[in-house]
Design a protein around this ligand. Structure first.
Ligand code: ATP
Ligand code: MG
Length: 420
């Protein structure tokens, strides 16, 4: 029987990996430049970390978690997101005793039991950046500016930054009640999930993708009309700092985030290239998360970027496939040892090189070099070899020259340098 991968779990093959490495490399550079350090956390955690941290009434906790009981009877969950784990690690290792401010990022797979479709998988990758320990709205702007800078550097176009404030523990309950009152009159229009959300987490209805639910909220009250003066002031400062940074944004009073723990600043970056699965990334402030999981009053803000959606938006004209710098085509049995010696030297010098293992004809070796998009081909013929020389063919210009074999590494390095 042929064994296949589980539905919603993807392989990322070598012809795609260049994009992933580019995106990750750029993220590391940008995030580290903004003062963030990488943290690696386990993919498996105790279930209560997520049910308490993310909130019982979120879609993730209600129906999307990969939860199972291990052989000792512990309920464990494959992480559906990274923020709760990062917060746990920060508390567990008392990172705050070293410095109250922690700027952390994390790259890795997340797991959610969702219906697999384009842009929505059961294992997917996220890049997360979080700041723990700062309430100052300056940091909200810092994080948003970093996110946009990153997206621009990877070449994502047609982006819109939407921001909103969601209020806090003091002011949100009143809004929640108003919203509930309003939506109760429209309950017949709501999907089954949203009828439940009406009781548990009515704000989440804004986020629902079902059309009739979207219609039901058209005239709903806005959270920004209900926030307290503290939250209002905080948000004004965030906007002021974004303006200082020269960043354009759209004030979107309808944008809420799916997770329960968000407070105050919320933001989302959408791309109209993505269709209905259009959110590439979103984030916000979560000043209650630490209370939920560790009893400490520590503010936090951050975002998560969905890597599959991001990679699908990369400019189409960029080349990401790694092709050999040199392909060695050798003719005749005598040359194969020489070919191995050369390729071994090239590999030790960090030059990406490939050869033919099968002793095929020159024509078929050249065909393979072409298919692999080798930049140069070294043709090793018995006669030239006796003189210590070989033919180097430039596969782009189709020109070729005879070169002394001992000079090959230097010649290649020089040529490659000129092309970078
Ligand atoms: P959506 O509304 O699309 O379900 P979400 O609000 O659940 O997104 P978050 O929890 O904020 O998403 O995660 C941040 C990002 O992770 C999303 O913007 C998206 O790019 C990506 N993402 C979330 N769920 C999936 C998934 N199942 N497959 C692929 N990417 C995902
Ligand atoms: Mg979701």
């Amino acid at each position: 029987m042929e064994i296949k991968a589980i539905r919603g779990f993807n392989d990322i093959l070598p012809d795609e990996i260049g994009k992933w490495q580019f995106v990750e490399g750029t993220a590391r550079k940008v995030f580290e430049g903004f003062g963030f350090s990488e943290i690696r956390i386990p993919v498996l955690e105790r279930t209560e970390l997520f049910s308490r941290g993310i909130g019982e009434a979120t879609d993730i906790v209600e129906k999307e978690m990969y939860t199972f009981t291990d052989k000792s009877g512990n309920s464990l969950t494959l992480r559906p997101e990274a923020t709760a784990s990062m917060a746990r690690a920060y508390l567990e290792h008392q990172v705050y005793t070293f410095d109250p401010v922690a700027k952390l990022y994390c790259i890795g797979p997340m797991f959610r039991y969702e219906r697999p479709q384009k842009g929505r998988y059961r294992q997917f990758y996220q890049m997360d950046a979080e700041v723990f320990g700062v309430e100052n709205p300056m940091v909200d702007a810092e994080v948003i500016v970093m996110l946009i800078d990153f997206l621009e550097r990877v070449g994502i176009e047609k982006l819109e930054l939407h921001i909103n404030t969601l209020g806090c523990r003091a002011c949100r309950p009143r809004y929640r009640e108003e919203l509930k009152k309003f939506l109760t009159t429209k309950a017949f229009q709501l999907c089954e999930d949203c009828q439940r959300r009406l009781e548990t987490n009515p704000l989440r209805i804004f986020d629902c993708k079902v059309e009739t639910c979207q219609e039901a909220i058209v005239n709903a009250p806005n959270v920004s009309d209900f926030v307290c003066s503290e939250c209002q002031k905080h948000f004004e400062k965030v906007r002021e700092y974004l303006e200082i940074a020269g960043l354009a944004y759209i004030l979107n009073p309808r944008m809420v985030r799916g997770l329960d723990y968000y407070t105050r600043t919320a933001f989302e970056v959408v791309s109209y290239h993505l269709g209905s699965q259009n959110a590439v990334t979103g984030g916000g402030r979560y000043d209650n998360l630490f209370q939920e999981i560790g009893g400490l009053d520590i503010p936090g803000i951050g975002f998560a970027i969905g890597m599959e959606r991001l990679v699908s938006l990369l400019p189409k004209d960029r080349k990401f496939v790694q092709s050999p710098q040199l392909f060695i085509a050798s003719l005749g049995d005598e040359t194969i040892k020489e070919a191995y010696q050369i390729i071994n030297q090239l590999h030790l010098q960090g030059i990406r090189a490939e050869l033919d293992y099968e002793g095929k004809s020159l024509k078929s070796q050249m065909r393979r070099a072409d298919k692999l998009k080798a930049r140069y081909v070294l043709i090793l013929g018995e006669n030239e070899l006796k003189k210590g020389r070989a033919v180097l063919r430039d596969m782009e210009s189709k020109s070729q020259e005879e070169i002394p074999i001992p000079d090959l590494v230097n010649i290649l390095k020089e040529k490659v340098k000129g092309q970078e």
